[in-house]
Design a protein around this ligand. Structure first.
Ligand code: DGL
Length: 280
C-alpha cells in the first residue's frame, strides 16, 4: 500500500558491474537531487559483458535482492549487459518493485540519421541479448547498424584511465571503420562509455551525433516514481551510499572524477552460495 508508507527517505537502488552506472547516477542526481540513492558496483565481477548471460542474470538477481533489502523503492539496472541478461526476469521475479533498465538507443538513432548508417558501441553480452536484437528488428528499418565491442574499454575506465593512449587506440579502432562507412550517429550501449565521450567526439568530429541515454533514463526514473507516488519530499537533500564488491579505496578515489561528488563507500562480499552481504 504505497499511500500509507512514507517513501520520502527510501533510496533509489542502482547497480552496475562497476563505475559505468555512475554515468546514469550523475543524470539522476541532477534531475532528482532530493532522492537518496544506494549504488552497488559489482567490481569483483567486472566486466559483465564477457560473461554468459545466465551468470550475469544470477548476479543481477542477488544484487536486486540486496538492494531491496536496503529499502530500495525502485531499481535502476544501470548496466546494458545486466539489462540484457536479467531485466525481464527481474520484473517477473519482483513484481512489486518498479524497474528501469538500459537498452541501446537504436530507435532515436535510426529515426534521426541522415546517412542511414548508425554505429553501436556495447559489450558482447548486450549484443547477444534479446533487447538489442528486438530493437534492431523493430526500429532499424533499412538503416545500416554497425557494431563494435571495444575490447578492453570497460577495464580502462574502471582503472580511471579515460585519457590513456590505450583508451584512445581502442576507440580509434572501433570508430574508424564506422566513419569509412559514413556513420553519422553513435549509440553508447554501455554505461561506462559516456566517460570517454570527449575522445569519441574528437575522433568522429563534431558533425557525428553521440547518444548517451543517461538523461532519458533519469526522466524515466522520475516518471515511474511519480506514477507510483514514491518521490522524495523536496525538503530532503538525498545522499548517496555506495557499495562495492571490489576495492572501497579505489572506488572512493574515482568517485569525484567520474561523478563530481564522493560519498560513503562500504564493502559487500559474495559468499560461496553466491549471496551478498555487507562485508567487514
Ligand atoms: N556498464 C555495463 C554496461 O552498460 C557493463 C560493462 C561490463 O561490465 O562489461 O553494459
Amino acid at each position: 500500500m504505497d499511500v500509507i508508507n512514507d517513501h520520502s527517505k527510501s533510496p533509489v537502488g542502482i547497480f552496475d558491474s562497476g563505475v559505468g552506472g555512475l554515468s546514469v547516477l550523475r543524470a539522476i542526481r541532477s534531475l532528482l537531487p532530493n532522492e537518496a540513492v544506494v549504488y552497488l558496483a559489482d567490481q569483483l565481477h567486472v566486466p559483465y559483458g564477457q560473461r554468459p548471460l545466465e551468470e550475469v542474470r544470477s548476479f543481477s538477481e542477488e544484487i536486486t535482492r540486496f538492494l531491496l533489502g536496503q529499502g530500495a523503492k525502485l531499481i535502476v539496472v544501470a548496466c546494458n549487459a545486466a539489462s540484457a541478461a536479467a531485466l525481464h526476469w527481474l520484473r517477473d521475479r519482483y513484481p512489486q518493485a518498479p524497474f528501469v533498465g538500459m537498452e541501446p538507443a537504436v530507435k532515436p538513432a535510426a529515426e534521426t540519421t541522415s546517412t542511414g548508417v548508425v554505429g553501436v558501441l556495447a559489450t558482447p553480452a548486450t549484443f547477444q541479448g534479446e533487447l538489442y536484437t528486438l530493437a534492431v528488428e523493430r526500429f532499424a528499418n533499412g538503416v545500416e547498424v554497425l557494431q563494435d565491442t571495444c575490447p578492453g574499454l570497460v577495464q580502462q575506465i574502471e582503472r580511471g584511465a579515460m585519457d590513456s593512449l590505450e583508451t584512445r587506440a581502442i576507440l580509434r579502432q572501433a570508430l574508424r571503420p564506422m566513419l569509412e562507412k559514413n556513420v553519422d550517429t553513435i549509440v553508447l550501449g554501455c554505461t561506462h562509455y559516456p566517460f570517454v565521450i570527449p575522445h569519441i567526439q574528437e575522433i568522429v568530429g563534431g558533425s557525428v551525433r553521440v547518444i548517451d541515454p543517461a538523461l532519458a533514463i533519469a526522466k524515466q526514473v522520475k516518471r515511474l516514481l511519480e506514477m507510483h507516488s514514491l518521490q522524495a519530499s523536496n525538503v530532503f537533500v538525498g545522499d548517496v551510499h555506495f557499495y562495492t564488491s571490489g576495492s572501497t579505496d579505489e572506488l572512493s578515489l574515482l568517485l569525484p572524477r567520474l561523478l563530481g561528488e564522493g560519498g560513503e563507500v562500504d564493502l559487500v562480499k559474495w559468499d560461496r552460495e553466491n549471496r551478498l552481504s555487507i562485508g567487514a
